[in-house]
Design a binder for this molecule. Structure first.
Ligand SMILES: Nc1nc2c(ncn2[C@@H]2O[C@H](COP(=O)(O)OP(=O)(O)OP(=O)(O)O)[C@@H](O)[C@H]2O)c(=O)[nH]1
Ligand SMILES: [Mg+2]
Length: 296
């Protein structure tokens, strides 16, 4: 992450902020600056401070499990200066599972806020992150440096118009060696299933790059703890009738560290989850959906 932007150290746990309402937060911010939160105190607030308080916020959420070879590059790739120019203060959150390598140390060193989620699974990490953050926008991206996080500014621009923006590898470019034929077929089948069940023109339901408006996150009732987290999110977006868009992206090959996803086992689990979720939602209410796909 570029140094010019305020970053959170390891002690700045987000759990604290998640518990607070806006009034309490502003009182605490004022206290931290040595200012009274009481209006009668008439504190002197600088021009810069006023701009800072007025800015919108972006949380970049990165789940990791033994990603020491790539996590530094992913954090460095978040275009914080560009986002700042677009009026967004960015905080990067790394939600680490039981990494046994130096992922956690690198994340802290790069200025990210580290959240520990020792339950197994990417979904568990994302659920914990979503409960902890309180930002105007959020972007979820994998920590294996296979997704173009440099598109963060473009994604947040689209989030002014759409509730959710998904990076589509299948509408974009898959670099040689980035995805096996089995995974391409599996992704296409799962996306087809999602289209049929939820009436949404999604092309890449398993994408690891999603952007959301803050209020969307608070509307998602997620239960998937593993790799079904993306289809869980899609079903929840359908239930809420969120307005969605896809952008084509380039998908890169992961470095030598091994993937945690097993194509057949996880593919079947994701498909089963999708069907179960559909049946559960169908029992409770009609699913509305009005997703839009956009071209770049
Ligand atoms: N916190 C946490 N993160 C995880 C866990 N399992 C995977 N992840 C992270 O979730 C992201 C996606 O996992 P990958 O193994 O890359 O799965 P994938 O991208 O679907 O599969 P590949 O295409 O093979 O890379 C990566 O950043 C992982 O480090 C876990 O149990 N806990
Ligand atoms: Mg991956």
């Amino acid at each position: 992450m570029q140094k010019s932007v305020r970053s959170c150290g390891p002690n700045a746990t987000v759990n604290e902020h998640a518990e607070l309402d806006a009034a309490e937060l502003s009182k605490r911010r004022a206290n931290r600056r040595g200012l009274s939160a009481e209006p009668s105190a008439a504190p002197t607030i600088s021009h810069d401070q006023r701009i800072d308080e007025a800015m919108e916020t972006l949380a970049v959420v990165i789940p990791t499990l033994n990603e020491e070879r790539s996590i530094g590059t992913v954090i460095d790739g978040v275009p914080v200066d560009d986002l700042l120019k677009n009026g967004l203060k960015t905080v990067v959150y790394v939600i680490d599972g039981r990494s046994t390598d130096t992922t956690r140390e690198i994340a802290i060193d790069k200025g990210a806020t580290l959240i520990l989620e020792e339950r197994q699974g990417k979904g568990a990490a994302i659920q914990t992150a979503f409960k902890s953050i309180n930002a105007d926008y959020a972007i979820m991206v994998d920590g294996d440096d296979t997704y173009p996080i440099d598109l963060a500014t473009e994604i947040t621009c689209l989030l002014k118009k759409y509730d959710v923006v998904i990076g589509s590898r299948l509408k974009g470019t898959i670099e040689p060696g980035a995805m096996t034929t089995l995974n391409v077929v599996g992704n296409k089948l799962l996306s087809l299933l999602a289209r049929l069940l939820f009436n949404v023109q999604i092309s890449d339901v398993c994408s690891g790059l999603w952007g959301y408006r803050g209020q969307v996150i608070r509307g998602l009732k997620l239960s998937a703890e593993g790799f079904a987290i993306e289809v869980d999110m899609l079903a929840e977006c359908a239930r809420n009738g969120f307005h969605m868009a896809e952008i084509p992206i380039t998908y890169r090959a992961r470095r030598e560290n091994p993937a945690k996803l097993s194509s057949v086992r996880d593919g079947l689990r994701i498909g089963t989850f999708l069907i179960r979720k559909y049946l559960r939602q169908k029992r409770t209410r009609n699913v509305r959906f009005h997703a839009k796909n956009i071209e770049r």
